[in-house]
Ligand binder design. Structure first.
Ligand SMILES: *[C@@H]1O[C@H](CO)[C@@H](O)[C@H](O)[C@H]1NC(C)=O
Ligand SMILES: [Ca+2]
Length: 323
């Protein structure tokens, strides 16, 4: 009962802020909103593959069953230079402790290619915002799952599932978005080469920043898509809406630059996340450091004590000499 008025409020606020502050506006040809269906079984501007199923209220990329993969892809290349993508989604399932694998929001050169990266091809070109619900790494990370991360690829990088993409991520944050009663939204903003990912998972109708990274170069003319997979573990991965807003930045000189033929690049990479071995290593060096400091402190105290004793003895000797 609460959910619908709240969402209407968000939409109204979005509209109002969009009209007040800038000339940002929603691009219908890159958005997916209800009612989804056009004539027959097709959705205008969108194609789907795999296990994807369209209902009146959501688009289910995978059901809560093992070994499924599904995707939805925009059929119109996106030539917008500065944009914000808002995705309303729901990840839910029977699993209480075991569930997976997650889904990815893509801005990619190629569309409708199936493969091992959450249902899409590996060695992709473009941007991936990965909402990973299952930790594949043997042994704990120094963070929790679900985990949201970004990867930028020029086609040369492999997404390493066994390490949850740790070595190729540019940034990430922990965030629980699964099996929640209220609505869950993620916002991906690409403005003046800064990528900002924000979430609204706490039913407060406000964005919370997950991460922001500067100097991300993305070409124009790529496709927006979302793909999801299940493996031994499963979940329903549902998309309720996708909205792409063009950001109006009239004084940005980069707007004139031709970005249609560049390769995606990121100047910054996250340090690989520490695993258990690394933690042991650093714990060991911390203990060594502590002992060295302790020995140094004891040596200092010993010097002072010896010094005082020597001084007192010296004083006594000199007194004896005078009297
Ligand atoms: C592609 O990306 C990799 C890894 O970031 C980099 O080493 C390589 O130089 C890039 N290739 C081109 C052609 O930019
Ligand atoms: Ca994973």
């Amino acid at each position: 009962m609460n959910v619908i008025p709240c969402w209407i409020l968000i939409s109204v606020l979005e509209l109002v802020s969009a009209e007040w502050n800038t000339k940002d506006y929603m691009k219908r040809e890159h958005s997916l909103i209800r009612p989804y269906q056009g004539s027959g079984m097709t959705i205008p501007y969108w194609d789907f593959t795999g296990s994807t199923m369209v209902t009146n209220n959501y688009i289910r990329l995978t059901p809560d069953l093992q070994s499924k993969q599904g995707a939805i892809w925009n059929s119109v290349p996106c030539h917008v230079r500065n944009w914000e993508l808002q995705v309303h989604f729901k990840v839910h399932g029977k699993g209480k402790d075991l569930f997976g694998d997650g889904f990815v929001i893509w801005y990619a050169r190629e569309r409708m290619k199936t493969g091992p990266v959450f249902g899409n091809q590996d060695y992709f070109q473009g941007l991936a915002i990965i909402l990973d619900t299952y930790s594949n790494h043997n042994g704990p990370h120094n963070h929790q799952h679900p985990y949201i991360s970004a990867m930028v690829n020029n086609g040369s990088l492999h997404y390493d599932h066994d390490r949850d993409g740790t070595h190729t991520q540019i940034a990430g944050c922990e965030a629980n978005f699964r099996n929640l009663e209220h609505d869950t939204h993620i916002g991906v903003r690409y403005e003046r080469d800064t990528l900002t990912v924000s979430t609204d998972f706490s039913n407060k109708a406000a964005w919370k920043e997950c991460f922001a990274v500067k100097d991300i170069k993305l070409p124009t003319g790529y496709y927006i898509g979302i793909s999801a997979t299940t493996g031994d573990l499963s979940d329903n991965h549902d998309i309720l809406s996708i909205r792409l807003f063009e950001l109006d930045l009239p004084d940005d000189p980069r707007d004139q630059e031709d970005r249609s033929n560049i390769l995606p690049s990121a100047s910054y990479f996250d340090a690989p996340r520490e695993h258990v071995d690394d933690l042991k290593q650093s714990a060991f060096s911390r203990i060594m450091f502590f002992f060295l400091m302790l020995i140094a402190a004891l040596a200092l105290i010993a010097c002072v004590v010896i010094g005082i004793m020597w001084y007192q003895k010296h004083q006594e000797n000199s007194r004896k000499r005078f009297y």
